[in-house]
Design a protein around this ligand. Structure first.
Ligand SMILES: Cc1ncc(COP(=O)(O)O)c(C=O)c1O
Length: 375
């Protein structure tokens, strides 16, 4: 299988598997236990916290491990909102559902919410103008999971700093691919997740600036600074830390090169367009819309050819709605429906990219021949 769906999840790196294994059946203690199996597990936990903190220029005590990026987003957004009781929240129309659905629920509970528009490339508009005296939280994602556009967090951070507003960013797609410096970017909180970076599933983290008051949304033991109760997933956490150390600058450059080769090759197909910005985009994302065809059909045909991609649309058998991200950047519904997201990894090869271009061209042409729509 040529796997080009790395924005959904990634293959676990062999090095990560080697790191994790002893924590299943040798150093399997509970990190809260006082015997040596417990203290060894605690050491592995705290070492991992240091590694993750260093990656984003945070303090180790500012890192809280969770079971998913979704959980981390909920803990931060609900926790900040509920600690204030009421107020105005600013987010964007292109967030992942883990943010959007959380904010929508708060809106139903009485919080006021502004969903910022984005321009045709996916860059956030009108943030400063939307800030009100009662704004309590700004949540703007770093890199978009569908179209790959990278927001200027430093600029947004400066605005939030000036207005003294809590600034959260969902960095699940950007972590290790785009530099993150929580101090330089004036970030109050971020979300990251292991399974997007060749780490295991079911483990993630949030960074929460020291001194922040957060209302608990989960109750239990006193783990993870009382913010996220539950026995720490030591195999997952050590695997997350290891994965965060493995990515190399030259692999990012290689992904960028292959991404551009893929984009250039696919744009040679008539009536195709690139979604998102050409340069300020994730090193591994190519989101392309093909007019007059359905993304789902392309996906299934490519699957038959051994290529795994995803549609840019949230279309499923239950819903015919196109992706909210593609609609937010101004794509008409019929073009949004013809979108494919190709997402590369450090394992992607030039040969795979060339085969993907060739097969996509064949599939699109074949589907267009069969299509009743006139071109
Ligand atoms: C931008 C973004 N945020 C949050 C998530 C959710 O992360 P997790 O799968 O760890 O819950 C994802 C995963 O697709 C994502 O792409």
């Amino acid at each position: 299988m040529i796997y080009l769906d790395n924005a959904s999840t990634t293959k676990v790196d062999e090095e990560v598997i080697k790191t994790i294994n002893p924590y299943f059946n040798k150093i399997y203690g509970n990190a809260s236990s006082l015997h040596s199996l417990g203290t060894e597990a605690r050491k592995a936990l705290e070492d991992s916290r240091k590694i993750i903190a260093e990656k984003i220029n945070a303090l180790p005590e500012e890192i809280i491990f969770t079971a998913s990026g979704t959980e981390a987003n909920n803990i931060i957004i609900q926790g900040i909102a509920k600690s204030k009781g009421k107020g105005h929240i600013i987010t964007t129309k292109i967030e992942h559902p883990a943010v959007l659905e959380t904010v929508k629920t708060l809106e139903k509970e009485g919080f006021e919410v502004t969903y910022l528009d984005v321009d045709e490339k996916g860059f956030v508009k009108n943030l400063e103008k939307s800030i009100k005296p009662n704004t309590i939280l700004v949540s703007v994602m770093h890199a978009n999971n569908e179209i790959g556009t990278i927001q200027d967090l430093e600029k947004i951070g400066k605005i939030c700093e000036k207005k003294e507003i809590f600034f959260h960013s969902d960095c699940v797609q950007s972590f290790t691919k785009v530099p993150i410096d929580v101090r330089k970017m004036n970030l109050s909180a971020i979300t990251i997740s292991a399974h997007k970076i060749h780490g295991p599933k079911g483990v993630a983290a949030l960074y929460l600036k020291k001194g922040t008051r957060l209302k608990k949304i989960m109750y239990g033991g006193h783990h993870e600074r009382d913010v996220r109760p539950g026995t720490e997933n030591i195999p997952g956490i050590t695997g997350f830390a290891k994965a965060s150390m493995l990515i190399k600058e030259k692999e990012i450059k290689q992904m960028e090169k292959l991404r551009d080769r893929l984009i250039d090759g696919l744009l040679k197909i008539s009536n195709s367009r690139l979604n998102g910005d050409r340069t300020k985009r994730l090193c591994n994302n190519a989101s392309i819309s093909f007019k007059y065809v359905e993304g789902e059909s392309i996906l299934l045909y490519l699957n038959d050819k051994g290529i795994a991609v995803s549609t840019g649309s949230a279309c499923s058998s239950q819903s015919l709605e196109p992706s909210h991200v593609l609609i937010a950047i101004g794509l008409p519904h019929e073009i949004a429906h013809g979108t494919i997201r190709y997402s590369l990894s450090k394992y992607t090869t030039e040969k795979e990219i060339d085969y993907t271009i060739k097969e996509t061209k064949k599939v699109v042409e074949k589907l267009r021949e069969m299509s009743p729509i006139r071109r």
